[in-house]
Ligand binder design. Sequence first.
Ligand code: P6P
Length: 345
Amino acid sequence: PPTGLEGLDSVTLTRFVLHGQRKHHDASGDLTLLLAAVQLACKVTETCVRRAGIAKLYGLAGSGNVQGEDQKKLDIIANDTFKVNIESSERCGVMVSEEDELAIVCTKSSIDGTTGKYAIAFDPLDGSSNIDANVSIGTIFSIFKIDDPDSITDAKSAAAAISQPGRQMVAAGYAMYGSATNLVISVGTGVYGFTLDPSLGEFVLTHPDIKIPSRGKIYSVNEGNAKNWDKATTEYIQSLKYPEEGKSSYSLRYIGSMVADVHRTLFYGGVFIYPADKKSPNGKLRLLYEAAPMAFLMEQAGGKATTGKTEILDIVPEDIHQRVPVYMGSSEDIADFEALASKYA
Ligand code: P6P
């Protein structure tokens, strides 16, 4: 029978990151410290998400407001947790959060007054509208190197410093607070999946070197928006539902929580799509802390990610909260869509 000690001989996220640091001889250890802060913030958020579920039961007594406050509290708790932990790592010069309108200039190092050399964008609790139904939700983050830390003096220069194409990302990842708590991360050397072992309080490596299947059998999109889709999207989805003779249709799986839909796509293959439509001309998902980090992970896992016009990782952000259409997943499936999209370009 399991002894419960099985996790002890596994690689923890901390060891994984430290090992990665040693591969870069010039590494200062700054990214290691920043990722340690992100990891801690994920653990704190995870416990809050678990507790909010219990609070939700109180909310069932008809005090909908409380529940509303809980959700708002939960978004704010998660946001504050990430900001406090990232600031205190003193390795970041810039933070962008889905919850804050302006880019944040981090406080200078208490040791030598310098500016942290990294910039991080994060959605502290994506999909939190789903918490009432106990659906998996998560945190998404992207980390860039700041070219000129001394140039950062205000929100405008901070926004400029992080407005880099996703291809320049140093690291990207997401935590998914589901039946288990996963942390999936890439530092540019492939995608690695960790699972929180609550008895150890450690993220343990459970999925080394994740690769997305080159083709899948699942498509993931909000069919409720079908009347607003453009021609390429309509024709592509139609081809999955009514395939040519002898081919089977794809299955539809849509959770409505990006982290959960992308996580399933990464493991099972297929496509996750949030298209632009007449209602939202640039789609709904934000580039810096939703589409770009997920695109980085997809490409690192052998997948593709496009807006239909350009690869997501090539887009230079013009606004820190800008939205982009998202088509990502298995390379062969996305290539099929791109061929169709080019027909209507
Ligand atoms: P819709 C959650 O609100 C979110 O930002 C993403 O997590 C998710 O993929 C998307 O919106 C769902 O949007 O319009 O289908 O409900």
